[in-house]
Design a protein around this ligand. Structure first.
Ligand SMILES: Nc1nc2c(ncn2[C@@H]2O[C@H](COP(=O)(O)OP(=O)(O)OP(=O)(O)O)[C@@H](O)[C@H]2O)c(=O)[nH]1
Ligand SMILES: [Mg+2]
Length: 381
């Protein structure tokens, strides 16, 4: 139906509207009306009032289409939004840049090395080994290259050279130097920063000593600070069916240790403390003091710490506790395990175990020169 405009004339406006509706139906649109005054020829001074009404008959279909075509409207909105998005967001999203620490090798410091020795040192530096440590570890595996007058590897492979160097520069306490044949009473305290894996690994050790060495093991927890710590330790002790004690002061620790005469190894769990918190480290020391006569501490260090920080950790913990070995954890969480060389070489402390994951008791290995070499060279992770 087409749009239709009609004009009606008459003296009564309402009548005109009614007439239009009668003729065109209810869907009319009044466009406009005007009043006109006509002169009556026989009464020139009197004028007659009339109306002129302009009416449009609306095309229902067209109206509906214009008003309610949601799809068309939606399409229009979408195209507007799309246009806006084009300017707001780059069309191709670039992958985030891969950020790397720049290698800053001071070749002047390596001028005495050549060939494979230089290649191996570069590999070590790439793994986070300190440059002086790398040189010190490699030297025992080198000989003089007559052509250049510099040092080169004597060994056939990197692994052999590194293993030899490690044997010469690092001492190993193996499984805490436990001699199963001698009836000694040993007390080992696990100390270290927060969350490095002290409790978990203490129970891996307990399990290893019981199952593989048939030793009598007892566990004492001095961690009465952390919520849930006692429950965590009790849970493992129950599984292993070993004596377990909770202790909050030096006097009680001493008394308990004296009562444990028939036990071969007592493992002491401590609360993790920041190496910068002198007050809290002092609190832990105050409790452990009760067992200092027998005790050796193993410093638990996570391999994913940055190298400089680990030196501060060792220095600070050593000033509070009788640290006799380094116990490494979380080797599975780093690609730069340089501290496996840095710490023992720089501090002279022997190394004991390495924790390779979260499973108790499986994820644990006694450290050996070959094993450290494998981790450093990326053969193992
Ligand atoms: N990936 C990985 N996780 C480990 C390793 N050793 C321990 N963990 C996890 O590290 C978390 C903390 O372990 P805990 O044994 O509670 O650490 P902690 O040093 O006793 O912690 P605090 O007592 O709070 O100082 C746990 O989720 C362990 O499962 C490891 O070698 N690798
Ligand atoms: Mg703990």
């Amino acid at each position: 139906m087409q749009t239709e405009i009609k004009v009606y004339e008459g003296e009564d406006l309402q009548e005109l509207i009614n007439k239009a509706k009668d003729e065109l139906g209810e869907d009319i649109k009044i466009l406009y009306y005007e009043e006109i005054f006509e002169t009556i020829w026989w009464l020139p001074f009197k004028k007659k009032k009339k109306f002129k009404l302009f009416v449009e008959k609306e095309d229902k279909q067209k109206l509906a289409k214009e008003t309610f075509n949601f799809e068309e409207i939606l399409e229009k909105v979408e195209s507007i939004v799309e246009e806006k998005l084009k300017t707001a967001v780059p069309k191709v999203i670039e992958p985030p840049p891969h950020v790397e620490v720049k290698k800053n090798i001071h070749y002047e410091q390596l001028k005495d090395f050549t060939g494979e020795a230089l290649d191996l040192i570069e590999t070590l530096l790439d793994k986070g080994v300190d440059i002086d440590v790398a040189k010190k570890v490699i030297e025992p595996a080198c000989g003089l290259d007559l052509e250049t007058g510099k040092m080169d590897l004597n060994e056939a492979t990197f692994k052999e050279a590194l293993t030899k160097g490690i044997k010469n520069t690092i001492s190993f306490s193996g499984d805490f130097n436990i001699d199963e044949n001698i009836n000694t009473f040993k007390v080992i305290a696990f100390v270290g920063p927060t969350g490095v894996g002290k409790t978990t690994n203490l129970f891996k050790i307990a399990s290893e000593f019981i199952l593989k060495k048939d030793l009598k093991v007892g566990v004492i927890s001095t961690d009465t600070f952390k919520v849930g710590a006692i429950q965590q330790a009790k849970y493992y002790a129950n599984i292993l069916n070993i004596p377990f004690f909770t202790i909050g002061d030096a006097k009680k620790l001493r008394k308990t240790l004296l009562e444990l005469a028939d036990i071969d190894i007592v493992l002491i769990d401590t609360v993790g403390r920041s190496h910068y918190d002198a007050w809290k480290l002092g609190e832990v020391k105050e409790i452990l003091r009760g067992g200092f006569d027998w005790m050796e501490a193993t410093l638990t260090i996570s391999c994913n710490y940055n190298p400089e920080e680990t030196l501060n950790i060792v220095n600070n913990f050593r000033s509070y506790f009788p640290v006799r070995s380094l116990f490494f954890t979380k080797i599975d969480e780093t690609s730069k395990p340089g501290l496996l060389l840095n710490l023992p070489v720089l501090t002279g402390l022997p190394v004991s175990y390495i924790s390779t994951g979260q499973r108790v008791p499986e994820d644990l290995e006694v450290l050996t020169p070959e094993l450290i070499a494998s981790y450093i060279l990326g053969e193992k992770r």
